[in-house]
Design a binder for this molecule. Structure first.
Ligand code: NAP
Ligand code: GLV
Length: 313
């Protein structure tokens, strides 16, 4: 069995050793330009077009992340980047659930306990206790109730917040109200005081965090975008902050990454920025899952985490 590996920044040697250990029958190599030798599987992030375009015999392509929007965008721009008919498989959880729960919980509590405001007060040397937010009225809405959204919802519900989620299909999650489909989006947004975005970036969800959506939230709402920058209309967020419709926002992802030095988000007093670190790929857990999926394919079974190319996630 031959496995190709390509990632623009990961330590390839570590992956070669880790995969060889998990799949002793496999020959694993880092793809180099000009390498057209045979391969059964490819593990990739942003693969150059020539890596896979002319290949036959591939049995699976494994994306080294949870979201596959960038890889699908490459395919749209340069058809053939993903050879037709080869299953594309993404990472599911592999330690991202816990990281995302930690990230989101940290910023939810920061806003709920008004720590962002106390931080600003400290800069003014101002000693001023603020009225606490009411837990029962601090409704949290989560866009996307997949692998990450469901577990984040459950974690927040355990604090006693009213939690609701929105997805394409209805969900049953203990302590969480489920909304689904475009028809139920307005009802989901109404009364949501803190909105968390955990949707995939698809043609249907791009730009969903726009002024019209923000204006349907409870007044003085908070926003946490930990999904993709393409979801957010950046100018609309600045307008909503100016109008007081949005009280503050935490952004982990941006239309252009890294965020340009002159970008107005950097210095906005009510925007918090993190550099796309909410939930990163953990090599050991990712390799366990990919190796298990390769064993499934070899046994004629369906891998878990198969991407539906038509839906885009
Ligand atoms: P997932 O399991 O595929 O879940 C996606 C959820 O979004 C599903 O509940 C799906 O509904 C819902 N959805 C998709 N399109 C929709 C639409 N048009 N209308 C309503 N709901 C829709 O994905 P995941 O593993 O939770 O990851 C979600 C995203 O998080 C990834 O795509 C990635 O962009 C982002 N992410 C970010 C980081 C970071 O560090 N910032 C890390 C990992 C992932 P159904 O359940 O009904 O299909
Ligand atoms: C990170 O953003 C991922 O999609 O894995």
């Amino acid at each position: 069995m031959n496995i190709l590996f390509y990632h623009p920044t990961f330590n390839g040697q570590k992956w070669i050793e880790g995969l060889a250990h998990r799949l002793p029958q496999a020959q694993v190599r880092i793809w180099q330009p000009g390498d057209e030798a045979e391969a059964d599987y490819a593990l990739v992030w942003l693969p150059p077009h020539e890596m896979l375009a002319q290949r036959s015999g591939l049995k699976g392509i494994f994306a080294l992340g949870a979201g596959v929007d960038a890889i699908l965008a490459q395919e749209r721009q340069t058809p053939g980047t993903l050879p037709a008919g080869v299953p594309l498989v993404r990472l599911e959880d592999t330690g991202m659930v816990q990281q995302m729960q930690e990230y989101v919980t940290a910023y939810v509590l920061r806003y709920f306990r008004r720590m962002d405001e106390y931080q600003l007060q400290q800069q003014q040397k101002q000693w001023q206790p603020l009225k606490p937010h009411d837990l029962q009225r601090f409704t949290i809405g989560i866009l996307g109730a997949g692998v990450l959204g469901q577990q984040v919802a459950s974690k927040l519900a355990a604090f006693g917040f009213p939690v609701r989620c929105w997805s394409r299909s209805a969900k049953q999650i203990e302590g969480v109200e489920s909304f689904h489909g475009n028809d139920q989006l307005p009802a989901f947004l109404k009364e949501t005081r803190l909105l968390i975005n955990l949707l995939p970036n698809t043609p249907e969800t791009v730009g969903i965090l726009n002024l019209s959506l923000m204006q349907q939230l409870a007044p003085q709402a908070y926003l946490i975008n930990a999904a993709r920058g393409a979801h957010l209309k950046e100018g609309d967020l600045l307008k909503a902050l100016e109008q007081g419709q949005i009280a503050a926002a935490t952004l982990d992802v941006f239309a252009e990454e890294p965020l340009a030095p002159m970008h107005p988000f950097w210095s906005h007093p009510r925007i918090t920025i993190t550099p796309h670190i909410a939930a990163v790929t953990l090599p050991s857990q990712a390799m366990d899952q990919i190796a298990a999926n390769i064993r499934r394919i070899e046994a004629g079974e369906k891998p878990s985490g198969l991407v539906d190319l038509a839906r885009g996630y």
